[in-house]
Design a protein around this ligand. Sequence first.
Ligand code: GLN
Length: 536
Amino acid sequence: MPNTKYIFVTGGVSSSLGKGIIAASLAKLLQSSGFSVTIQKLDPYINVDPGTLNPYEHGECFVTNDGAETDLDLGHYERFLNIPTSQANNVTTGRIYQTVINKERRGDYLGKTVQIIPHITNEIKRRIQILGETGEYDIVITEIGGTVGDIESLPYIESVRQLKWDLGRENTLVVHLTLIPYLAAAKELKTKPTQHSVKELMESGVSPDILVCRTEHHIGEDIKRKLALFCNVDKEAIIESIDAETIYDVPNLMMKEGLHTVVLKKLGLKTEEKPILTAWNKFLTNYKNPKETVEIGLVGKYIELQDAYKSILEALEHAGAHNQLRVNIHPIHSEDLNRKNVEEKLKDLHGLVVAPGFGDRGIEGKIIAVRYVRENGIPFLGICLGMQMAVIEYARNVLHLENANSTEMSRGTTHPVIDIMEDQKMVTEKGGTMRLGAWDCRLEKGSKAYEIYGQEIISERHRHRYEFNNDYLKILEDAGLKATGFNPKTGLVEIVEIEDHPWFVGVQYHPEYKSTVLNPHPLFMAFVKAAAQHKG
Ligand code: GLN
């Protein structure tokens, strides 16, 4: 597509500077100025996708409608832009090499030596342009994971260099995100690390068009002038990115600094419109002016790492803001919970989320937590494994099926109330083989879920291998645990509820992936409202 413009976002000096948030904020401003924009992430690691990575390694694994297991930055892209991403929006080095090696085996390169340049770089360039070629987007933003100078990043930077040449300077732009550290002892902001990282980028043949400078203190005109001079960047293209109170402030901060104006000018794009952030800012006003506070517990086994449950935390914030509630989240380690301390740990909460997960570490703690909130009328939202734990808890403590379990945790359990899905039984490879992506669910009229969604057929994203065992459906329902959502084709139970509990909902799917700033998820909205009611 000759009309598509490509913006590349690279990072220098240090990791964790928030490239994803800068890319998403820039995209938001361009989108709000009337352009159609998407964002893609290129990850330099060799895993084919992050689905096989432990959350401790790389944070949450995000899932798209079309079933891609992706980097968590795609969650930010969707939450900011309010449009879904897809398989094409996240590409890893593993995926690139896999494609090239498969082609080599097929004989596509017969006679040729297959090399990083041009074969790997060509595949990277193809993957970058796939989104542009759909014709759906005026602008494609490609975030390059890692830090400039890493061995892994080199083929990506070389691909950017070539694309600038292939597509022309007026159609491509490099935004380099760096850090301006503050030395407290000298009371000074330092530009040298940025100069070095720009030099590093230039050694690979790429000069940045725009520098976005992360800083804890305002950088001032002098520093901007200095950076412009030594980094070969226009002064108006030196953009300060000061620490923000919330990531959702960043689009406004970038607008004030004129990031989108410089971008549009450099790409030769004209628009009469100033970014219109009315709905976004209404969200921010509500977010910053809560009328009340609710205390929500999040039980999981990766709670030491904030990024492990990113989408759940964000979905709770969206739902809170739209209800003018501040949601204070209390992470609770499932391994720390036992019968003796559960009351102490959970009694002051107004709602409890039990998180998704795999394997048996910490599951007894999750079951103890579910029992406590079930017996004490505290609003409960169980997500995926959290829903499965609710089923096990009910089977054990209400139906007295003592060893009820999931066959994931106990293969030979006498009461497999959660069991492996039929089509998973033959699966031997771990990567990309779960039940993934969006599937329809039909809601039972008269249920809480039906009331919350306000429609009969919904579509939600999934990532699991085990399911509610329908052999136990009747006895569980007779005992009060109702299945209120089913896959219309297979009968797989998607939702369970307890009728005589103020708010007890377990879902096999992941509602958190679909919550955005402008479209908070109805289930999280209803859950935080129930928590506020419980408090009242
Ligand atoms: N381990 C469970 C399964 O595979 C739950 C998965 C999850 O919580 N995402 O079914």
